[in-house]
Design a protein around this ligand. Structure first.
Ligand code: IDP
Ligand code: MG
Length: 146
């Protein structure tokens, strides 16, 4: 097992629906630890840069527009296999699939559409590193000393 860090975002729909606590609780119950956290309202430029890998896809503009509709919570999660664990806890990208395949996942419980699907999670060690650095300086990440 490898201790990893990964980036999680609670998206504007889930923040607006008051599910911050439910989502944080799902991570903590699974053994992931929050080592950094902040709320911010992304600018259009930030959202476009964060999702640049999807530029050109049909859902890119709606995704950027959605991500700036309200504040988000950005967090660094730490734990054994944190990147895959976070993805497992999140559930499938499309909540319709998540409800079928992973009924206890965050997207099954708190998302209704593929456009507004409650959470983001890094999908590889490389993206985790880039995405964490996008939002947090080293000094803003707090190693768990207890
Ligand atoms: P992920 O969030 O599960 O990693 P990605 O494929 O990386 O999924 O897509 C990023 C985000 O773009 C998704 O979370 C979702 O909000 C949106 N998205 C992805 N595919 C579609 C689609 O086919 N239609 C609408 N939105 C999509
Ligand atoms: Mg992705």
């Amino acid at each position: 097992m490898t201790v990893e860090r990964t980036l999680s975002i609670i998206k504007p729909d889930a923040v607006g629906n008051n599910h911050i606590g439910d989502i944080v609780s799902a991570f903590e119950k699974a053994g992931l630890k929050i080592v950094a956290c902040k709320m911010l309202h992304l600018s259009k430029q930030q959202a476009e840069e964060f999702y640049a890998v999807h530029k050109g896809r049909p859902f890119f503009t709606p995704l950027v527009d959605f991500m700036i509709t309200g504040p988000v919570m950005v967090m660094v999660l730490e734990g054994n296999n944190a990147i895959a664990e976070n993805r497992r806890i999140m559930g499938e990208t499309n909540p319709v699939q998540a409800k079928e395949k992973s009924p206890h996942s965050i997207r099954a419980k708190f998302a209704n559409t593929i456009d507004e699907n409650a959470v983001h999670g890094s999908d590889s060690p490389e993206t985790a590193q880039t995405e964490i650095a996008f939002f947090f300086k080293n000094g803003e990440i707090c190693p768990r000393t207890r």
